[in-house]
Design a protein around this ligand. Structure first.
Ligand code: GLY
Length: 359
């Protein structure tokens, strides 16, 4: 078991391991808590019921609320019905919300916890690899609205995140690989040991949730994120490095009406950003080849042919990192040395061609 701490104005304790059970969840509850609302995605009902029974056995009044799966759960209507539930249950300041599910669950339930009584205890129990290494950690909570995804929300870190690798046992391989894309991203921006572990482990073994290697690189990726958000919770600057590969990734996701897995798009986006850095002399050809090799080793895409560059550029121009119409990318000045830089539209052309994007 590994324990990682996020410091700063709202500290968080993240536990990573196997067979963690419910103990780390219970110990994260406030001593004065009496009521708990478990918000969970529908397929996780039996796990949620088991947790509720456990908490009731300890004397807590534990209630359950499910929500529509994935992005359909991240709506103001769902949040509003959960605020009503919080009221019916008389959840007080010392009580808690436990979010059990993937990134959509922790984003949305986190927003409920952030806003109910202006903030009550939040405990995240991510059930996807992507959730463990990204959404559940670092306090970005939010919902989607008619004007866009994640535009309404707050920075509200969970008091505790319990990342139990056993919960990944039934996750489809493609979802594990997509989560691993964010892990590899963390390797490129801050922890090259992650890259070495991926290179030296057979892909089947690496994506085995019961394996020591996946546990190690998951803990390492979480530690990277924890270090970054400890220094810059509110995304004043440093936190942007977590968006390595994301400028193009978000454009690919939008161009495909979010039909692409986020991690798949991030893999392509990192390969693209590596080429932008190469053409500025910041990375070597070997570094670029290493990007392609690492992602493709896990069956992740490294090329994208589905949308022309003009359309992708228009979408990227609405990226949140764009300032005064200037495109900004996280670029590596060598492995594990990321910086956010402005990029001229003309610089995109060669990098796009290299990964198959039509001009
Ligand atoms: N997913 C990027 C961040 O949490 O800042």
């Amino acid at each position: 078991m590994t324990t990682i701490t996020v410091t700063g104005p709202r500290p968080s304790t993240i536990t990573v391991g196997r067979g963690l059970g419910f103990a780390p969840i219970v110990s994260a509850l406030d001593a004065a808590a009496t009521r708990v609302l478990i918000i969970h995605a529908r397929p996780l009902a039996s796990r949620a019921h088991a947790l509720a029974d456990h908490l009731r056995g300890l004397g807590y009044a534990a209630s359950l609320a499910d929500h529509p799966d994935a992005e359909a759960g991240k709506t103001i209507e769902v949040v509003s019905s959960l605020w009503d539930r919080c009221g019916d249950l008389q959840l007080g300041r010392k009580d808690a919300i436990i979010a059990l599910g993937g990134g959509a669950t922790t984003d949305m339930a986190g927003f409920v916890a952030a806003t109910w009584l202006r903030g009550i205890t939040l405990i995240n129990v991510p059930t996807t690899l992507l959730g463990m290494v990204d959404a559940a950690v670092g306090g970005k909570t939010g919902i989607n609205t008619s004007v866009g995804k994640n535009l309404v929300g707050s920075f509200y870190p969970a008091s505790a995140v319990v990342a139990d690798m056993d919960l990944l046992a039934t996750l489809p391989r493609a979802d594990l690989a997509a989560g691993a894309a964010e892990v590899i991203k963390c390797g490129f921006i801050a922890d090259p040991t992650i890259l070495t572990v991926v290179e030296e482990t057979e892909p089947e073994a690496l994506l085995d949730p019961g394996g020591a290697e996946l546990r190690e690189i998951t803990a390492r990726a979480i530690a990277v994120k924890a270090r970054v958000v400890s220094a810059d919770l509110m995304e004043g600057g440093l936190r942007e490095i977590l968006n390595y590969g994301h400028t193009l990734a978000h454009a690919i996701e939008r161009a495909n009406d979010y039909g692409w897995r986020h991690g798949d798009a991030v893999a392509v986006g990192c390969c693209f950003a590596a080429r932008l850095a190469r053409s500025r002399g910041l990375l070597t050809d070997a570094d670029v080849a290493r990007h392609d090799a690492l992602f493709s080793r896990l069956g992740l895409p490294t090329r994208y042919e589905g949308t022309d560059l003009g359309r992708l550029r228009t979408i990227m121009a609405s990226d949140k990192k764009v300032r005064r119409g200037v495109l900004r990318f996280v670029l590596l000045h060598g492995i594990a040395n990321p910086r956010t830089e402005t990029v001229e539209p003309s610089e995109l052309v060669d990098a796009a061609q290299a990964i198959g994007i039509p001009s």
